[in-house]
Ligand binder design. Structure first.
Ligand SMILES: Nc1ncnc2c1ncn2[C@@H]1O[C@H](COP(=O)(O)OP(=O)(O)OP(=O)(O)O)[C@@H](O)[C@H]1O
Length: 355
């Protein structure tokens, strides 16, 4: 009889760990490959010392399999110096249908067709403005290739993990926060392929204790730009209340926004509304109002689609400076904060966040 993946998994599933559960229940096995009697996998997701003990135990069990020719159980090196706890990345676990996010009432994704239209800036300010209006809000930076929330929200600590599996989110400006950026070194490039990305997203949604600071009314997910694996995986695997699309009024951005709208429609995720960013520019010197990226395009698109225009946000240097300094403008009292407060109030009504 040849050795199969199922036989190996069945053997692994029977090994009860002294800390409770099994390696499969605790999702410690990654990248399992079984070929011509050769078994290889990565053991990851618990403190290093515990993994070493588990490896010895698994070696004994697996070496008893009659058709095993060779066995390689790899424990990845510990993360950055001083870092403890789980690492992010790895193939996704099998999952039957879309799952709710534990400890969270509503989940809203913020997407855009094109990069650089201000999706992360809008997500950060929206989250902060919602928090200021008394909504219990979480923000997940799912822009796995270019996480910007650590900088925009002004935090960059590595999150704690008391059991080597659960990840405790951070908090900034009244928002419960998690970003893959917290788990990587600042200049570390993410070079994962699709399955690894989806595994990372699944971990960020499932292993983070989103209600660590109390149950959340809403989790805002800052998506990467475009219509790729992350968006697809999120819509299929997570119960979403809907998506918000950010665009500038520029034709090319709107064209891409239409692709994003089409993707959400095809995946059955309701689009809650559109946000026009960089809608106008008011010269701080003379007060002249200019429309650098065109005018009214997003409002027209929203009207055409019968969707609400959730907000129009001017291009303002204070928005950029505040984001770079780690305190979104929405956290302050200036006039620049007002459109974000308006956006938060409108979204709270449209998505029935109080309900
Ligand atoms: N309304 C605004 N006024 C001034 N600057 C803005 C505004 N919105 C965004 N910006 C600036 O534009 C740049 C791009 O914004 P941001 O990173 O939020 O875009 P993005 O769509 O999330 O980009 P990507 O996902 O491609 O990384 C940032 O420097 C940000 O500070």
């Amino acid at each position: 009889m040849t050795l199969t993946k199922d036989t190996v998994l069945a053997t692994l599933a029977q090994v009860r760990l002294p800390q409770g559960g099994t390696v499969t229940e605790r999702n410690l096995i990654h990248a399992l490959a079984v070929e011509a009697g050769v078994v290889r996998f990565v053991l990851e997701g618990a403190p290093q010392a515990e993994l070493e003990a588990i490896r010895s135990r698994l070696e004994v069990e697996l070496k008893a399999l009659p058709d095993l020719k060779s066995l390689s159980i790899v424990i990845p090196a510990a993360g950055p110096a001083g870092a403890k706890g789980p690492t992010i990345g790895g193939h996704p676990k099998k999952q039957s249908g879309p799952l709710p996010v534990e400890g969270v009432k509503h989940v809203i994704a913020v997407g855009s067709g094109k990069g650089g239209v201000g999706k992360s800036t809008v997500s950060a300010n929206l989250a902060v403005a919602l928090a200021r209006q008394g909504v219990k809000v979480g923000l997940l930076d799912a822009d796995i290739y270019g996480p910007s929330q650590p900088r925009m929200m002004g935090v960059s600590k590595r999150p704690a993990s008391p059991d080597g599996h659960t990840i405790l989110p951070l908090q900034a400006h009244g928002v419960t926060l998690m970003s893959i950026g917290f788990m990587l070194k600042e200049d570390e490039a993410v070079i994962w392929r699709g399955p690894m990305l989806m595994g990372a997203l699944q971990q960020l949604l499932g292993q983070v204790k989103w209600d660590h600071y109390g149950p959340l009314d809403v989790l805002i997910i800052d998506l990467p730009p475009g219509t790729g694996d992350i968006q697809l995986s999120l819509c299929q695997k997570t119960k979403l209340d809907g998506a918000v699309i950010v665009s500038t009024p520029q034709d090319i951005a709107l064209l891409d926004a239409r692709k994003a709208l089409d993707m959400f429609k095809r995946l059955g995720t309701p689009v809650l509304g559109l946000v026009e960013n960089m809608s106008t520019y008011i010269c701080p010197e003379c007060g002249h109002e200019a429309h650098l990226f065109g005018h009214g395009g997003v409002a027209e698109e929203a009207a055409r689609l019968g969707l609400p225009l959730l907000g129009s946000l001017p291009l303002n240097i204070e928005v950029r400076l505040a984001a770079d300094a780690g305190t979104p403008v929405a956290a302050g009292e200036t006039a620049v904060a007002a459109p974000y407060a308006g956006l938060a109030a409108t979204l709270a009504r449209v998505a029935d966040l109080a309900g």
